[in-house]
Design a protein around this ligand. Structure first.
Ligand SMILES: [Zn+2]
Ligand SMILES: [Zn+2]
Length: 377
């Protein structure tokens, strides 16, 4: 190495040390990341395939998630708790009023909270999106389209077909499942108790529900990609290689039950969650899945690049959070793409397709096309 090279190397090391020492929190985080990575590596090293391996990985994800949540609980939620402390009484008063108005009819309260409220927000959000999808405007939404050459605009007939399937799924499958859920939850708890849970408890339950959904959705989704199930069940959902929001629930009835409903239901049932928490969780889950299918990477909303890429390429990015895809290596091709570079929270008004433009296509860039994938199956 030349003396100039050595000097550059030393300067780089100095800068690295300064970055490390600038805050205790960062070094703590680094230690935690390092231990997490080493655990991840050990999990990967010991992988020999099979169900037991998958179970170990799932346990690792849930364990790590809870570990981080507990580790950062005090610092992260302290500020939120201050806000909640002021408004907590407000929510308790509203809940007591509602409970009294329904004369303690818990079944009705549960159905309204966990079925009607999330469904209302789902259609409200997707109603706006469908206007943009079918009209091709307003431009302040459509300029954020991920697959720029697709869905400009979407045929009304095609959207209508999807809407009918979604309505059938909600009416004939979601409604009975929610009723069944109430029955099961009433056996071992009081889902509509007069007292609301604490703020910390709601946060913890949402985190556990999110992790359980990641695990159950990932593995059920991968199972539906097995050629046997794909042809018979999951192919319907993948008719949309460039999805729109409402396609999130456009699926075969079996898929709607086992891949859409059960992964979201299992958390509240196992935890014996309060109806208010379940209502919030279902609403968040439905809005998040609508965003991940909507086809627009909008500012300040979670990035939909991950699942959009799944619809485009079929054999990548099976999960929701992406944790299990990283562990199983099912995001390896995604991580080499422009879509991965754009997979972030957009904090400016410039569309990411402009700030991170596509490179001109070469043959080697084509990972797999929908046609080749279907032929394989
Ligand atoms: Zn799929
Ligand atoms: Zn999808």
């Amino acid at each position: 190495m030349t003396s100039r090279g050595q000097q550059n190397f030393r300067e780089e090391r100095e800068r690295e040390r300064e970055r490390e020492s600038c805050s205790g929190y960062q070094s703590d985080a680094k230690v935690m990341r390092a231990s997490s990575l080493s655990r991840m590596k050990s999990v990967q090293d010991s992988s020999a395939g099979g169900l037991w391996d998958s179970v170990k990985k799932a346990a690792f994800v849930i364990g790590s998630g809870l570990f981080f949540l507990v580790a950062f609980r005090n610092s992260v939620t302290w500020h939120l708790q201050r806000f909640w402390g002021a408004s907590g009484d407000f929510w308790q008063t509203q809940w007591t009023r509602l409970y009294t108005a329904f004369d303690g009819n818990e079944a009705s309260l549960f159905f309204i909270g966990t079925m009607l409220v999330p469904t209302f927000f789902f259609w409200l959000f997707n109603g706006f999106l469908m206007i943009a999808d079918t009209m091709g405007k307003p431009a302040f939404i459509t300029r954020y389209r991920i697959q720029q050459d697709k869905n400009n605009p979407v045929e009304v007939e095609r959207v209508w077909r999807a809407v009918k399937v979604v309505l059938c799924n909600q009416l004939f499958l979601s409604v009975p499942l929610v009723v069944l859920t109430y029955t099961v939850m009433s056996w071992h708890g009081e889902p509509c108790a007069p007292e609301l849970p604490t703020f910390h408890w709601v946060l913890l339950e949402l985190a556990v529900c999110g992790l359980l959904e990641e695990v159950l959705f990932y593995y059920s989704h991968r199972l539906f990609h097995h050629p046997f199930f794909y042809k018979r069940i999951h192919k319907i959902h993948h008719e949309w290689t460039a999805p729109i929001g409402v396609v999130s629930l456009y699926a075969h009835p079996m898929e709607h039950v086992f891949s859409n409903m059960l992964p979201a239901l299992i958390g509240p049932v196992l935890l014996g969650s309060h109806m208010a928490t379940t209502s919030l969780w279902f609403t968040v889950a439905l809005i998040v899945t609508s965003i991940s299918h909507c086809g627009y990477h909008l500012p300040l909303l979670p990035s939909p690049e991950f699942h959009d890429f799944h619809h485009l390429k079929f054999n990548q990015c099976y999960g929701v959070l992406g944790v299990l895809d990283r562990l199983h290596g099912t995001d390896d091709k995604f991580r080499k793409t422009k879509e991965y570079e754009r997979h972030m929270l957009l904090l400016s008004l410039t569309p990411l397709t402009k700030s991170i433009p596509d490179t001109p296509k070469k043959k080697s860039d084509i990972i797999s096309t929908p046609d080749t994938h279907i032929k394989q199956e």
